[in-house]
Design a protein around this ligand. Structure first.
Ligand code: PNS
Length: 160
């Protein structure tokens, strides 16, 4: 069974993430969306909220599973018998950081492959940070994130 992992902060999940998830899920038997407990970045949404957003949005996709993780990605991969890391690339500017991570992970575990998928051009400008900034000022995020979570995002970010 081919198990792939799509790791990230998903703070919050965007339509760009969802596009990658749907395309990656077709390439494997099971796709694990691994939600990072990041020690260095303070997320706007709690782990519970980020996982809940993903679960709401992904319900009905039977080969996609959402699992929180902390620690090293390669250890998470091994624990779940996963072979491949999926990363989305939006622009050349994403490349250097992703290239470094892919090589570091390869160094930590040579068995693991990183597969880069080009984002849909429609979402090439989109990021979770942009969504948070726009939502905090009450701007329109309806084309940027799945509709099930739009109101929950406004509710949390407008309070601040
Ligand atoms: O959505 P993000 O914040 O860009 O995702 C970053 C993520 C989770 C993919 C990256 O930080 C990660 O893999 N962290 C796990 C820690 C780790 O394995 N570090 C060593 C390789 S850089």
């Amino acid at each position: 069974m081919r198990i792939f992992v799509y790791p990230g902060s998903f703070d919050p999940v965007t339509n760009g993430h969802l596009d990658i998830i749907d395309r990656a899920a077709k390439l494997c038997d099971k796709l694990i969306v691994a939600v990072l407990v990041n020690r260095s970045k303070a997320p706007a949404f709690t782990m519970e909220e980020r996982v809940s957003f993903l679960e709401q949005v992904l319900s009905g996709r039977d080969n996609v599973e959402v699992i929180p993780f902390s620690g090293l990605l390669v250890d998470f991969m091994k624990k779940h018998n996963a072979t491949t890391v999926i990363k989305g690339l939006r622009a050349v500017s994403d490349f250097e950081y992703e290239f470094q991570m892919a090589l570091l992970n390869k160094n930590l575990d040579p068995e693991i492959e990183t597969l880069f998928m080009m984002t849909n051009i429609k979402y090439s400008y989109l990021s979770s940070s942009a969504v948070k900034e726009i939502a905090s000022y009450g701007g329109n995020i309806r084309d940027l994130v799945p509709e099930q979570i739009v109101d929950q995002i406004y509710e949390k970010l407008r309070k601040k």
